[in-house]
Design a protein around this ligand. Structure first.
Ligand SMILES: Nc1ncnc2c1ncn2[C@@H]1O[C@H](COP(=O)(O)OP(=O)(O)OP(=O)(O)O)[C@@H](O)[C@H]1O
Length: 300
């Protein structure tokens, strides 16, 4: 079921088109990646979904229906810039936000305590936001976005400022919310997180959609131009093979950049004629490589 549908959504600022006809669907239980270089139109798109600004064209549907103010109760938002007040206590602030989104005071407080415990920081209940480190403020922002168990969750650079342990903690939480049915619109510049979490993506480039679909299917559209080889002994002569562009070598193996995937067989033959091959793989492009290829020059 489509929780969120954008159909040809347009936003214009004076003579600047910030979003030019974005179409995408986020289903129940899905994490959808919204990607693009700086200024591509991601924040504008998220703000339209949240009803903070209105589209100049196209439609946004929530559970099949157009926007109304009650939808604030089924949406959660973690903005890239911290959205919480520095001088207000965590409990006051998050409980207030949860009540605004339709929760009873008691349920809100229980939910906040659950999340603080879940993130192993129950003592933050009485702390002011400004007393917390940047990463812990980010965690509080995350709790504020999910405390009311939204059906549609919008995450903008959700893991920024977090150490690796906390990134894993939040990542597993995001996966859990997905498994419980939350539709998640996930925007980030960190392609490795997108690879791990999202099935479908849209890449925006200067306000337009340039790549869209399932990551697996998108990757199959691009040539495979890297071969990974790990061997017991040294391999000589890889650079001289026709179609090999260059070879990166470290103690674990060789990453061979090729002009077409067919060269791979020659690489394997060459290696096997000289030593024992431990691992051989024709690598598909990473999302990062695809992103740079499509959007490379677009930073404003
Ligand atoms: N309030 C505004 N008034 C005028 N132009 C705006 C406004 N907000 C955004 N823009 C322009 O719209 C375009 C898209 O901006 P947007 O903030 O949506 O990009 P983004 O993809 O979120 O970028 P980033 O990755 O840097 O956050 C940019 O050219 C930006 O300058």
């Amino acid at each position: 079921m489509n929780r969120l549908e954008l159909k040809q959504v347009v936003k214009q600022y004076a003579d600047k088109t910030a979003v030019n006809g974005v179409t995408l669907n986020v289903k129940e239980g899905e994490i959808y990646g919204l990607l693009g270089a700086n200024g591509a139109g991601k924040t504008t798109t998220m703000r339209m979904v949240l009803g903070l600004i209105h589209p100049d064209g196209g439609n946004i549907l929530y559970n099949g229906k157009p926007y109304n103010t009650e939808l604030q109760q089924i949406m959660g938002y973690l903005p890239e810039e911290r959205g919480l007040y520095p001088k207000v206590k965590v409990s006051e602030q998050i409980n207030y936000l949860a009540r605004l989104r339709g929760m009873k005071a008691k349920d809100a407080d229980e939910s906040l305590k659950y999340w603080l415990k879940r993130f192993e920081v129950p003592e933050y209940y009485d702390k002011k936001i400004e007393e917390l480190s940047k990463g812990n403020q980010q965690k509080m922002g995350f709790i504020a976005a999910v405390v009311h168990r939204p059906q549609i969750l919008i995450l903008d650079e959700a893991f920024s400022g977090l150490d690796p342990v906390n990134v894993e903690l939040l990542k597993s939480t995001v996966k859990e919310l997905r498994d419980e049915g939350t539709a998640i619109l996930f925007s980030t510049h960190r392609m490795e997180h997108v690879e791990e979490l999202c099935r479908q993506i849209t890449i925006l480039h200067r306000s337009n959609t340039v790549v869209q679909g399932e990551i697996k299917e998108i990757k199959s559209r691009y040539p495979r131009e890297q071969v990974y080889l790990s061997t017991i002994g040294q391999v000589e002569g890889l650079e001289q093979l026709e179609g090999v562009k260059h070879v990166d070598h470290n103690e674990r193996g060789y990453l061979i950049h090729v002009s077409q995937a067919e060269v791979a067989q020659e690489i394997l033959k060459t290696a096997m004629s000289q030593t024992t091959v431990e691992h051989f793989e024709i690598k598909e492009p990473t999302l990062n490589q695809i992103f740079i290829r499509e959007v490379g020059e677009s930073n404003e």
